[in-house]
Design a protein around this ligand. Structure first.
Ligand code: SAH
Length: 243
């Protein structure tokens, strides 16, 4: 029986892969990877390494999670070194925990290899620090996928403060998210950024307010994330990658 490495691929720029992830990828017998993991990383694998693509675009999974779990398990019965490669960090909306539990229940050895999460690195490439002395004392990373549900578990009422809020998987709900935040009392001119395809050559950032960002950014290509907070204003001084 093999070992499964639940591995973060980083946000896109291939150089944001960790040294540890790169070492395990070079040793892998099979790599099971998502849409968000930069496929150029696969070129680092040894000859004969098997590649299994399991897709996953926000909620439109190519393979249902249960089948992905089973595929990882079956791979561990067959191979010594199994890499499960995921965009960003495997445990930030990455379902790495579910995969770990599935393996634990079947007595398969696994390790987590953290990755640089898009939640922090993508704003950083856009010139937006998630915290900044004097502007914000904390940041939250929130799923934007739930905003359309009537039974949303998101604590919207807590979002009145000046915490930086980073929504992942939220572009399709941008209209609902901004309306909710205005509803709970945030000013209409509160700063928002949408960053599309962050850390990649075609990264694009659009800056706006809760009131106008939807019209400005709704057609941006995915993956994209939303940053809400006073820190967004720093982009005028800290922009670097898109220059
Ligand atoms: N585990 C990942 C997040 C998975 S959820 C991580 O830690 O980064 C998928 C969401 O992440 C996307 O819908 C998008 O909101 C965000 N995302 C991932 N890569 C991105 C990128 N390069 N640019 C912008 N957003 C990205």
């Amino acid at each position: 029986m093999g070992t499964v490495y639940l591995t973060g691929a980083g946000p896109g720029d291939i150089e944001l892969l960790t040294v540890k992830a790169l070492r395990i990828i070079k040793e892998a017998d099979v790599i099971i990877y998502d849409r968000l993991a930069n496929p150029d990383i696969l070129e680092e694998a040894k000859n004969g390494c098997e590649f299994l693509y399991v897709g996953k675009e926000d909620s439109h999974h190519t393979l249902p999670q249960e089948e992905i779990n089973e595929l990882i398990y079956q791979s561990a019965l067959k191979y010594e070194t199994v890499v499960r490669l995921k965009g960003g960090d495997p445990l930030v909306f990455g379902r790495g925990g579910e995969e770990g539990i599935y393996l634990h229940e079947r007595n398969i050895k696994f390790e987590f290899i953290p990755g640089i999460t898009s939640a922090i690195a993508v704003p950083e490439y856009a010139g937006i620090p998630v915290t900044h002395r004097g502007l914000t004392v904390s940041f939250r990373v929130v799923t934007g996928h739930e905003a359309k549900k009537s039974q949303s578990q998101i604590p919207w009422k807590n979002f009145k403060s000046d915490d930086t809020i980073i929504f992942l998987m939220g572009l399709h709900n941008l209209d609902k998210i901004t309306k909710k935040l205005i509803e709970v009392g945030k000013p209409k001119d509160y700063p928002v950024a949408v960053i599309s395809r962050g850390t990649r050559a075609d990264e694009k950032t659009i800056i706006g307010t809760l009131e106008d960002i939807y019209e400005k950014a709704k057609d941006l290509p995915t993956p994209a994330l939303i940053v809400v907070g006073r820190v967004v204003n720093l982009q005028s001084q800290l922009k670097w990658f898109e220059k």
